[in-house]
Design a protein around this ligand. Sequence first.
Ligand code: ATP
Ligand code: MG
Length: 273
Amino acid sequence: MEQQQNWRGNFQTFRQVIPQMEELPFQAREAINVLRGNIQLSGYELRTIAVTSAMPNEGKSSTAFRLAKSMAGLGTRTIYLDCDIRNSEVMARYQIQQSVCGLSEFLCGRVSLNDIIYHTDDPCMDMIFTGAVAPNPSELLSGPLFVQLLEELKKNYEYVIVDTPPVCPVIDGALIAKKCDGTVLVVECGKTEKTLAVKATRQLEYAGVRILGAVLNKVGASNKGYGYGYGYGYGYGYGYGEGNTKKAAKAAKKQNKAAQKANAKSGRDKKRA
Ligand SMILES: Nc1ncnc2c1ncn2[C@@H]1O[C@H](COP(=O)(O)OP(=O)(O)OP(=O)(O)O)[C@@H](O)[C@H]1O
Ligand SMILES: [Mg+2]
């Protein structure tokens, strides 16, 4: 406990970044909040949550970042950990101009944890960036320092939201997810091929990953729209899209109702058991 307080005391030395992000439409925000709620209800012990997907560009980083922000918005101490060492776009996406020290430097043993944590404008949300591109991300992520990092972060944050690379093209995603308490799989609506989603799920299961559920992302999203859906267990869901709002909202409503029924049933079944 004393050690934890010392560590917290060092927060004063951390540098700050202000991620620039666009405001999400109401329904997309709500969908993220539903995702947050479902993760919180999935179990108190689930604190390190990996967000992954089968292939690139399906929305892992956006979902992970928004989820972390949503958790912090509740006053829950949360850190967003970017583990996509090979190909992170987070710095550019959120217009972080300064040069930062990140995960790869920490995993090489060059810097300490204090050097890689950045405050944001939200007092409950911190960030760790990937740092310099490393030639051997898989080795770094398989090493003991990565596990140590997660354990240390768990002492100081209620949630560690871990952004990962896609599972199918590289092994890193599964390596990272395996070390987290739970994993959410992002599936891009109308784009992710079923075979690849199944392949990714198998790969994660084979690695011993606890899959919490799936996010159906970009539901009815047009060029300017945002859409999120979330499936857990029997399936919760939500959808939004400016391009196809009515249709998406109707589908999401239907999905939500079915999910509520299924979850009520699952609750009854659990009680009986
Ligand atoms: N729900 C959404 N609605 C509309 N656009 C979205 C949504 N989620 C993500 N996007 C857009 O899709 C693109 C890819 O998103 P993101 O970078 O989050 O994907 P990723 O899976 O992390 O990609 P990578 O595998 O390259 O890391 C970005 O341009 C992002 O703005
Ligand atoms: Mg990404």
